[in-house]
Design a protein around this ligand. Structure first.
Ligand code: UT7
Length: 355
């Protein structure tokens, strides 16, 4: 028995921004971006809010209608024509984001309200780009605890795990080292507690201190003028309320952290890497993915690569890639799948599940 994925959704904003478009804004080129990252274009949310993206991805996972005009991909275990999931049957919504439209209500609360998930408890979770791993792991733990407690008031049998990012609002569009990397988008997964299927079999989460700020996003609201004396917090020098990154250092962290996380979930499930049918990594850089595959002696074809058309969408990235893998038939029923991530915090982790 376990928390089993029965639906996936992905949502993309309308505006496509190519590498050539970016070379009009900063000193860069299509050749540099493709060679160093594998990114060809990204989507930027201009007409769409973060909530629109989250709602559309979640709706796609449930077989419901999303926001009109927002592009989406949907995969459902019972097939595309199966009846939509009853919104009242959703017990919990966990939403991972660092770029929600509002802090209160939470992004998850907005999804609950907009989709009429009347019985759901909803909260947000921030683990930067590793959000999808943390979100799946937290949801699975809560479902398992609820299943073990027969008298539980809040039985959690059906849970939506959603990630939505509008990083374009947190990007310094004059900084070529970061602005070419990120994009906007949302992903969602519907988990059902299934007595027959193992579903999520193991997970691993880790935080590594980042005292030098290899990857940082200062909160401008926490700093600045204050009527009650000296503000205890000032943004560290150089921080400006946009995502800042020391690319080479993060690259080095990413390759070892992702490998460590994958090996940890394999060990916890008592499996070898060559028994895995599909790896779904965080999509930050195609070179990071191929580096990990090479170091682990695994064929790159086992890894889902979706970064080319959407860039790095932080917490959403691996859930969007997972939706692509299901929708394209790369993941079939019974397959063993590892979803792995790394990111700001510094966070890292992985989840191993049976499809
Ligand atoms: O999800 C969050 C986690 N983020 C990541 O995982 C990102 C991890 N890091 C990376 O993916 C890579 O480090 C980057 C793609 C960010 C950069 O690639 P790199 O191969 O590490 O390049 P670099 O930073 O070592 O820079 C190489 C050169 C530098 O010029 P010099 O010093 O060699 O003359 C940069 O100034 O490339 C230059 N450069 C650029 N040139 C054209 C940096 N950004 C650009 C750009 N266009 N956009």
């Amino acid at each position: 028995m376990g928390a089993t994925i029965v639906g996936c959704g992905k949502a993309l904003p309308k505006l496509k921004v190519s590498n050539d478009d970016l070379s009009q804004i900063v000193d860069t080129s299509d050749e540099w971006i493709v060679k160093r990252t594998g990114i060809h274009e990204r989507r930027i949310a201009v007409e769409e809010s973060s909530t629109d993206l989250a709602v559309t991805a979640a709706a796609a996972a449930l077989g419901l209608q999303g926001v009109e005009g927002v592009e989406c991909v949907s995969w459902r275990f019972e097939g595309a024509s199966a009846a939509p999931v009853d919104p009242a049957s959703i017990d919990l919504v966990v939403c991972m984001t660092i770029s929600s439209d509002s802090v209160i209500p939470s992004q998850a609360g907005m999804v609950k309200m907009r989709l009429g998930l009347e019985n759901a408890v909803a909260f947000d979770l921030n683990a930067a780009c590793t959000g999808c791993v943390y979100g799946l792991s937290v949801a699975e733990s809560m479902m398992r605890a609820s299943a073990a407690d027969s008298g539980a008031h809040n039985a959690l049998r059906r849970v939506l795990v959603v990630a939505a990012e509008r990083l374009s609002r947190l990007t310094d569009w004059t900084d070529r080292a970061t602005c070419v990397l990120f994009g906007d988008g949302a992903g969602a997964v519907l988990l059902d507690w299934n007595e027959e299927c193992p579903g999520i079999r193991s997970s691993f989460m880790k935080n590594t201190d980042d005292p030098e700020g290899f990857l940082a996003l200062g909160n401008v609201l926490a700093a600045g003028e204050f009527p009650f004396g000296e503000n205890a917090y000032e943004l560290p020098e150089g921080m400006n309320g946009f995502v800042q990154m020391r690319g080479r250092e993060v690259f080095k962290f990413a390759t070892s952290a992702m490998r460590e996380a994958i090996e940890a979930v394999l060990e916890r499930a008592g499996m070898r890497a060559d028994e895995v049918d599909c790896f779904v990594p965080h999509q930050a850089n195609e070179r990071i993915i191929s580096h990990v595959a090479r170091k682990m002696g695994l064929p790159l074809e086992l890894f889902q690569i979706s970064i080319g058309g959407c860039g790095n969408t932080s917490a959403s990235s691996a859930l969007m890639a997972l939706c692509d893998a299901y929708a394209s038939g790369k993941i079939a029923a019974g397959d063993k799948v590892v979803l792995a991530g790394f990111g700001g915090g510094l966070t890292s982790g992985a989840v191993l599940f049976e499809a």
